[in-house]
Ligand binder design. Structure first.
Ligand code: ADP
Ligand code: MG
Length: 370
């Protein structure tokens, strides 16, 4: 394997962030008993910070001397990574900051990046994640900009509205159930046939599921799916972080190819990762750097049986072939809720219940991957 790993520096130096509250308090123990001993045995060194409050990881990423480290490593879930990415992107040197690779050790209750990097069977295994960080290469990964009200921030996992957001954020009182709470809540919502009024606009690139799948298979053959790209390729396509389609407050420009649906939905989710949680392959044709967002919509009026079928299908990704599901590749989308209150989830974090627009930016971040 030496030819594959010839560019790997031995004994990397990391900034490590451990969220002691991540994953119901397991992150600290995972770090001490599994991750830290492997780092040390591999000759790696680190600066460690236990996060003490919300946005702590963001503050650290914003002020970090990135020249000192080979990567910034999070031991928590997607929320801490969301903060690290937003901290890096807020820097005046954000274009340089995207070159600081990110390493994810699954220590939270939502670890979409680890599942997507390592696959469902291995995504929760701390040792696999640690090996990826010690030996892996930096892979360019797309990032979404989100504009909402007067704010602009970044999302790397998913932007969800309707059932998926409710299940993600509206089930805190069911935490005692562990991960089963997501399934129980989703089944309950599907049986109640709750729908969510909204207006959804998007710029489609491909809406035919067979063609989306074919493109994915092609990329897979070229091994550009969640593997094996280097920084040299990233440098060739210098990323832009300017929103090409205006923000959420701009008029939709017809010449950009916007399409608008005003029908209520059961859920509408934009995503940049295939697995959004354990056992949920919501976006099976998602690739890390096609520069596009996977937009999945489950429209209203689908019936209970179809709803349950679709949910079961998300275990394997088969649901995208269900005739009630719309699965497409888009450049950008805008969602405007038409009722007063509810949940919108950005990478599993709460955000205000107000219109938002999401746009994909190619290869803006860099993720360590075997
Ligand atoms: P999980 O997957 O378990 O939810 P996340 O990585 O998503 O883990 O983190 C959840 C939240 O915890 C994030 O919003 C983060 O800002 C917050 N957080 C980080 N450190 C602390 C702390 N010491 N106390 C409380 N919350 C924290
Ligand atoms: Mg979280």
């Amino acid at each position: 394997l030496s030819h594959v790993y010839k560019d790997i520096k031995r004994g990397r130096h990391f900034k490590v962030l451990v969220n002691p509250f991540g994953g119901q308090g397991h992150a600290k123990k995972l770090w001490e008993t599994i991750a830290e001993p492997i780092f040390t045995a591999a000759g790696c060194t680190y600066d460690l910070t236990y996060t003490t409050h919300r946005y702590h990881a963001k503050e650290i990423a914003r002020d970090l001397n990135i020249r000192l480290y080979d990567a910034v490593v999070s031991v928590s879930g997607d929320g801490v990574l969301h903060e690290v990415i937003n901290g890096l992107m807020e820097r005046p040197d954000a274009i340089a900051a995207h070159k600081l690779p990110i390493g994810a050790i699954p220590g939270g209750s939502g670890n979409a990046l680890s599942y997507s990097l390592l696959g469902e069977d291995h995504g929760s295994h701390v040792t696999n994640a640690v090996l990826g960080i010690i030996k892996g290469r930096a892979m360019p990964v797309d990032l979404c900009s989100v504009t909402q009200g007067q704010n602009r921030y970044f999302s790397f996992v998913l932007q969800s509205f309707g059932l998926v957001a409710d299940v993600d954020l509206g089930t805190e009182d069911m935490r005692w159930m562990g991960e089963a709470r997501f399934t129980v809540a989703a089944v309950g919502k599907l049986l109640s046939q709750q729908t969510y009024p909204c207006e959804l606009s998007y710029i489609p690139v491909e809406t035919n599921v067979d063609k989306i799948r074919a493109e994915y298979n092609y990329r897979r053959q070229q091994s550009v799916v969640w593997a094996d790209q280097t920084h040299d390729e990233l440098d060739q396509s210098h990323p832009t972080i300017v929103d090409r389609f205006g923000g959420v407050n701009a008029q939709l420009n017809k010449s950009d190819g916007w399409v608008t649906d005003s029908e209520d939905v059961i859920t509408a989710v934009g995503a940049k990762l295939p697995w959004i949680s354990k056992g949920m392959l919501l976006n099976p044709a998602s690739t890390p750097n096609d520069g596009l967002i996977d937009l999945i919509v489950f429209p209203k009026g689908t019936g209970r049986i179809n709803g349950i079928q679709v949910m079961l299908g998300t275990e394997t990704g088969e649901h995208i072939y269900h005739d009630k599901v719309r699965y497409m590749k888009v450049k950008a989308f805008r969602l405007t809720p038409k009722n007063a209150s509810g949940f919108i989830s950005m990478d599993g974090e709460h955000t205000p219940y107000s219109p938002y627009q999401v746009e994909a930016h190619g290869g803006l971040i860099s993720v360590l991957s075997i």
